[in-house]
Design a protein around this ligand. Structure first.
Ligand SMILES: O=C(O)CCC(=O)C(=O)O
Length: 303
């Protein structure tokens, strides 16, 4: 039988692994009901207490100087965007962008180091979401940094995010703008952006975020929360594979969160704002489409 486009993408992400290595039981969860502020997976319930702030607070702040130093959800950002009023979903986007190959991310631990190696069209990805994603231990995720430039008339960049001091800088680690299209259960493993802020606008679906301050003890990120390694400072956390956990594994293995952690259950029209250096792990608790930007504000250089 001809390999599917997704199988070919899996092979280009990780040629040494058999396709069967991608398939496996995965932690089960029930997607949260619309607008819910809590999400349960396994024995852990994550409750959102994050402040909501109207974009109007920042209308005159073209350098983002007054944006918070703490994660927040900005409201009223997307109200007049075409991609929100006729919302982009995997299905509607498949008609808008039917044939351009888009980059993939995600997958289980062995696939984690290979950001953007595989690619598929959106109709191929839509078929995967419907028929196969639930069989994979950690579903693939469309994470593309090229296509948004052709779709930019569908949304606008708020003034407070309009000045990126890294614009055009060849030393920039990653491109600033990404289209994210994710199957239920896909997600982004824990990571930080040491010098840039992130803003992430959800157009359809639901995402669950857990965010940690920049100075958090790394053992919390590595999930040594169940007593396994309590007090054992001889464990070399930098050598741990736990940073390779897929988002769904991380959420299902997480126990109590430390003080300072911020949970966000993000619904369409909400923009998550994450300050510089905050760690975050994000699960698509429903099939989701989002736009994500990572930019450096002048305030980072002024520190
Ligand atoms: O999956 C997501 O929506 C989070 C994306 C993210 O963490 C990032 O772009 O840095």
């Amino acid at each position: 039988m001809e390999p599917s486009a997704i199988d070919r993408a899996k092979k280009s992400i990780s040629s040494a692994e058999p396709l069967s290595a991608w398939i496996g039981p995965r932690p089960q969860f029930t997607p949260p009901p619309t607008e819910s502020k809590s999400f349960t997976i396994g024995e852990q319930t994550f409750v959102d207490r994050c402040p909501r702030l109207p974009l109007e607070n920042y209308l005159d702040d073209t350098h983002g100087d007054s944006l918070p130093q703490h994660p927040a959800v900005l409201l009223n950002v997307c109200s007049d965007w075409d991609c929100f009023s006729s919302p982009w979903t995997i299905s509607t986007l498949s008609s808008i962008v039917p044939s351009t190959p888009l980059s993939l991310d995600g997958g289980p631990g062995f696939a984690r180091g290979s950001i953007c190696f595989g690619s598929v069209t959106l109709p191929e990805y839509a078929r995967y979401c419907k028929e196969d994603a639930a069989k994979d231990s950690a579903p693939l995720y469309v994470f593309d940094h090229r296509i948004l430039s052709t779709l930019s008339s569908s949304f606008s960049i708020p003034a407070c995010f309009s000045n990126d001091v890294l614009a055009g800088d060849p030393r920039r680690a990653l491109p600033p703008a990404w289209l994210l299209v994710g199957a239920e259960g896909s997600g982004t493993p824990i990571h930080d952006h040491p010098t840039t802020i992130a803003w992430n606008a959800l157009l359809s679906g639901c995402k669950v975020w857990v965010c940690f301050p920049p100075d958090i003890d790394e053992s919390f990120l590595l999930l040594n929360l169940d007593g396994e390694n309590d007090g054992d400072k001889s464990v070399d956390s930098s050598a741990s594979d736990d940073f390779d956990l897929s988002a769904i594994e991380w959420f299902s293995r997480c126990r109590d969160l430390p003080e300072g952690a911020e949970v966000i259950i993000q619904w369409p029209g909400e923009v998550v704002f994450l300050p510089e250096g905050w760690w975050h792990v994000v699960l698509n608790a429903q099939e989701s489409v989002a736009i994500s930007y990572s930019i450096q504000l002048q305030r980072f250089n002024d520190k």
